[in-house]
Design a binder for this molecule. Sequence first.
Ligand code: ATP
Ligand code: MG
Length: 206
Amino acid sequence: MKKERRRVGIMGGTFDPIHIGHLILGESAWQQFCLEKVLFMPSGNPPHKRVRDGASNWQRVEMVRLAIRSNPHFELSLEEMHEQGYVYTKETLRRLRKQHPDTDYYFILGADSVLTFDTWMGPQEICDQCILTAAVRDSMDTETLDRAILHLREKYHADIRKLESPNLDISSHNIRSWCAEGRSIRYYVPDAVVDYIIDKGIYGEL
Ligand code: ATP
Ligand code: MG
């Protein structure tokens, strides 16, 4: 009898800090694609973005750990936590697939990442190695997202699927600036993460 392939989600990000947008996205993907688990994979040295006055690598990891600890099908992955050198998704996928040849990976993307996907390192290799799942974000109209999905399908023969998830108007950037202004971030990030941010004074005022 043919053995069914395992299905694992990857939620990559800077997570500076992790917020409910990331968590709800991961949970929606788990539900919709019947995933065994979702790996939350903080990026150690993201080539495309560096936040000044942000959290340290290990503070970001700790915040992810605190945020996902109550969810049995969420898992922290340190696969991309390298202090030195760039970390590229195509290489992470290659490594994971070599270690777990019985697994299909579902790479979870918010709409902004879908629109900039062309600029990532090795988009063809990424598309060859995983299933992409795309969710709306920032009230982007569905036609724009649908067009971007079609573009990736045509250009890279990507297996890209629409992820049905509510539009949550929230970003780490907002959270950082609210902290700096001394505004409350409660309920935008899990309580344990709020406490950690305040305790360590990570983003200023708060
Ligand atoms: P920043 O404001 O620093 O860019 P961010 O909130 O965009 O942070 P990232 O760590 O950059 O968070 O995002 C990781 C992934 O999560 C990306 O694919 C992004 O599109 C997705 N994502 C983040 N926030 C949301 C949201 N509110 N709704 C849908 N997708 C989201
Ligand atoms: Mg972002």
